[in-house]
Design a protein around this ligand. Structure first.
Ligand code: SAM
Length: 284
């Protein structure tokens, strides 16, 4: 069993990029009356304490949400993301951070559904507890599977309403995750070609990480958008996360323009040295 716990990383610069895009995608899905599903193949615990030992030990959120918390000049997509985090902290102090399941739950309507996979026993238990504590409406809309999201996704595709956002957000602690992302995405697209798929990947000093981004952007026959946010030059010891990227298949047409505004702002707000930069490209 791998030891990855998202609590160490919750609210870091990678979560800022991922969740800014997630909020934009959810808002797009909400625009139509017809129901939709959100499927999160790697859900984590759902909610994280920023005051807890794990979060404060590494302090990663200080370089992510921490730098944005008091900003009032964010472009619309980042402002909508900040609103989602602030909604979980109604007293104005930054105490808790919503993971993707709770960002989704806050936007889902009565008719929409949330399907969550979390393989790690402690995390899936925490997630199930958090959903229970969120109340009856949250429970009615959500199913938590303590299962392998890569393998189990196919059983849910296509989802009954034929409208769905699939977030594939592995920890990549197991380097086979890089290959599994590609296989899972290709299989999902044969079952449900019109789904919107959002894939997160880390920028780390690892060949597999560079290859994944390269391979995804070589995909043909689908429409995609790729956004990455690098906050610093890679460290000399080769350790740590210097940035991350999101690859979205079948993105809403509004996403590119929205990120064109947001990414330069995020580079300034979250950049740690001269290596800070972004990439925004799309095809199809
Ligand atoms: N999506 C979450 C968010 O944005 O708040 C964060 C998820 S975290 C990056 C990745 C999670 O995937 C970890 O909690 C880990 O335990 C879990 N995990 C690892 N391998 C998995 C697998 N094969 N299937 C489902 N979950 C897995």
């Amino acid at each position: 069993m791998f030891s990855y716990r998202h609590a160490f990383h919750a609210g870091n610069h990678a979560d800022v990029l991922k969740h800014t895009i997630l909020v934009h995608l959810l808002a797009h899905f909400e625009q139509k009356e017809t129901p939709f599903w959100v499927i999160d193949t790697h859900a984590g615990a759902g909610v994280y304490s920023l005051e807890g030992e794990w979060a404060t030990k590494r302090g990663e959120f200080a370089e992510g949400i921490g730098r944005l918390w008091d900003r009032t000049d964010a472009p619309p997509a980042v402002a909508a993301y900040l609103e989602a985090v602030r909604a979980l902290n109604p007293d104005g102090r930054m105490r808790r951070y919503p993971g993707s399941p709770f960002i989704a739950l806050a936007r889902l309507r009565d008719r929409d559904r949330l399907r969550l996979f979390e393989l790690h026993g402690n995390e899936s238990e925490a997630l199930a507890n958090n959903i229970r504590e969120a109340g009856r409406d949250a429970q009615r809309r959500t199913i938590v599977y303590a299962d392998d999201g890569f393998a189990a996704l196919k059983a849910l595709l296509p989802p009954p309403p034929r409208r769905a956002l699939v977030l594939i957000d592995p920890s990549y602690e197991d380097k086979r995750d890089y290959a599994r992302v590609g296989v899972t995405l290709r299989d999902a697209l044969t079952r449900f070609p019109t789904g919107c798929y959002a894939i997160w990947y880390p920028q780390v000093q690892r060949r597999e990480s560079r290859e994944l981004a390269f391979k995804l952007t070589r995909m043909r026959g689908v429409s995609w958008l790729h956004a990455s946010l690098t906050v610093r030059d890679p460290s000399p010891d080769g350790l740590g996360l210097h940035g991350s990227g999101m690859f979205v298949v079948n993105p809403p047409w509004t996403l590119h323009a929205s990120l064109q505004q947001s990414l330069p702002w995020l580079v300034k707000a979250l950049g740690q040295d001269g290596g800070a930069r972004y990439v925004l490209e799309s095809a199809g």
